[in-house]
Design a binder for this molecule. Structure first.
Ligand code: E4P
Length: 217
């Protein structure tokens, strides 16, 4: 399973990338706002840091404008993935950009029907949003399972990029279902290392070690 980091925070990406945890990055307009950086500048910095795909999102609503914006973003670096929304115009933009050899991430996917259309339109990645479905009391993980089944039934090459990940459990469940990629905030990826029994065990070992009066090295 590939790990993408869902942030435009360069320092946070660097920390995870140095550990070999980063296979790619996803950004969106809200994350650019949160970073408080110029989109071209921060995206270039991320692309220079990370070898894998870096998603940069268009903001236009009409296909022709999305295509224009997408091509502009793609000039930032070779590893740019153009992110388009799952609308009819977004699918048109996906088909054109994909035909021209660009990687395309179709985002804001909330149904299996939408995911099927994205695959037909040549998407490199489909981004089903787990957390936002859970927010409205639907099961985001059911959507990942449905898309996995449909893509496998027909051999679609579009990669399932499980997005809007809010918890460690989301990561594990998406991995069990067979999502190709997860994109998660740095805090979620780092909290995967935590376990209460690890903390408890470590405290016990340290306390016992202190009693030995020994030193290593
Ligand atoms: C995916 O590419 C999106 O940037 C992201 O996962 C959205 O997550 P959110 O629902 O937590 O904003």
């Amino acid at each position: 399973m590939k790990f993408f980091v869902d942030t435009a925070d360069v320092d946070a990406i660097k920390e995870l990338n140095d550990l070999g945890m980063v296979d790619g990055v996803t950004t969106n307009p809200s994350l650019i706002l949160k970073a408080g950086r110029d989109i071209a500048e921060v995206t270039k910095e991320i692309c220079d840091l990370v070898d894998g795909p870096v998603s940069a999102e268009v903001v236009a609503e009409k296909a022709e404008d999305m295509i224009r914006e997408g091509k502009h973003l793609a000039k930032i670096a070779d590893n740019i993935t153009i992110k388009v929304p799952l609308t009819w115009d977004g699918l048109k933009a996906c088909r054109t950009l994909s035909n021209e050899g660009h990687m395309v991430n179709v985002t804001l996917c909330f149904s299996a029907a939408q995911a099927l259309l994205a695959a037909k339109a040549g998407a490199t990645f489909i981004s089903p949003f787990i957390g936002r479905l859970d927010d409205i009391h639907l099961d985001g993980m059911d959507l990942i399972a449905d898309i996995r089944e449909i893509y496998d039934n027909y051999g679609f090459q579009t990669e399932i990029l499980a997005a809007s990940i809010r918890s460690v459990n989301h990561v594990v469940e998406a991995a069990k279902i067979g999502a190709d990629v997860i994109t998660a905030p740095p805090s979620v990826i780092k909290s995967m290392a935590n376990h209460v029994l690890t903390d408890k065990g470590l405290a016990q070992f340290n306390a016992d070690w202190a009693k030995t009066g020994q030193k290593i090295g």
